[in-house]
Design a protein around this ligand. Sequence first.
Ligand code: TYD
Ligand code: MG
Length: 457
Amino acid sequence: MAKTKLAFVCGECGADYPRWTGQCSACGQWNTLKEIRLSPAAGREPAAVIGYAGSQSQIHKLSDVAVEETPRWSTGMAEFDRVLGGGMVPDSVVLIGGAPGAGKSTLLIQALARMAETGCRVLYVSGEESLQQIALRAQRLKLPRENIQMITETSVSRVCQVLDELDPDIAVIDSIQVMFSERSESAPGSVAQVRESAAELTRYAKTRRVAMFLVGHVTKDQSLAGPMTLSHIVDTQVILSATDDARFRILRADKNRFGSIGELGFFAMDSQGLKEVKNPSAMFLNRAEKPASGSVVTVLWEGTRPLLVEIQALVTDCQYGNPRRLAVGFEQNRLALILAVLTRHGGINTAQEEIYANVVGGIKITETSSDLAIAISIASSLKNTVVPFDTLYFGELGLNGEVRPVANGQARLADAAKHGFKTAIVPKANAPKTAIPGMILHPVSHLTEALALLSEG
Ligand code: TYD
Ligand code: MG
């Protein structure tokens, strides 16, 4: 008889070990390793069954593979389609993560209703909410309910049976955390179970050509059922998260085999469910009544479009001990670098100051185009000079204090002009050749020039 194999899996991050240890060396947590028994069959199946892609392992020439452009399904929401890379790819698997209450179920039932309207066969598998709860939500959101098929089920093999019977184009699994597979002997909800269920469903999706949305709850350390356990299984991983303003939600792709990952989708949650926000810049520029020192607006480039955001800095004297430096919404190291450039090349010494810098609205800046705006907001707070409401800064700072150009300068300026900005301090190389109506441009090549403009007011 085949021997049952043992494995030890960390309940926090999903790393597995051949024997028990007190601390997980992958995530550093203590006492989180649980024993799981692998069924004798697991791990000994032919590769064709194990592979996520689900295709038979025969050798082909790349040029002989038939390439068919399958049209994508639109979710009916441009913001959702944008994050998916232009709609849902047939027989792809998308993992939607987010904290409980983020609006994952709401987003998916809205998308399913729209897709069903266009003739797509859809199935909603709920493992968490009862059919009544989902029906009530769909009714409240005034969604067409005729063509959405539903089951409440948590067994993966039963879900696959139902999929066999109904043969839908798109299925939603809400959520992957409550699914269990008979092939894994560990408890439902454990990382090993979640991983096995996701792998089995993905395999099914690839072989039977069903597109799937898997819902996954984000754990307290912002990982989806443990870092890296699911993202390599699925094609696309998107995260729905709340912003500082509780009404708004941001959808972003962490991984996308069928599109870029820089794209953000913006939604507002109201009593009618999730609404698309067509003009996200307006959503992040809800500013105070009067201009205040330390507040500067910059324009980011998110995926394929510009986004205006406000940066705030607060500089205060340090009363005792080491002065604190805190960056929220961008990297701490970036703040240290900008402070060093300000000291060395801008003559602004902040060695004895506490510095707090924040990107308003809960957005995370990942590009360098906001360097100049961050530097100016710190200088503005320190000198107590106000940057006018209709003034905008962008540009990357070099270590010698030079202001470097950034990509898509023209489009950034055009968006700012559209939102009523009248003055822009930009890198010299980004200054447009033709004037932008209603906008005064100050091209600068060094930090000192930008600081001089700030002092002039
Ligand atoms: P839900 O989609 O159930 O979240 P998730 O599936 O990610 O856990 O959304 C729940 C939240 O959304 C809840 O706090 C109530 C709120 N909500 C609204 O404000 N308006 C609505 O129309 C709906 C359906 C939900
Ligand atoms: Mg839900």
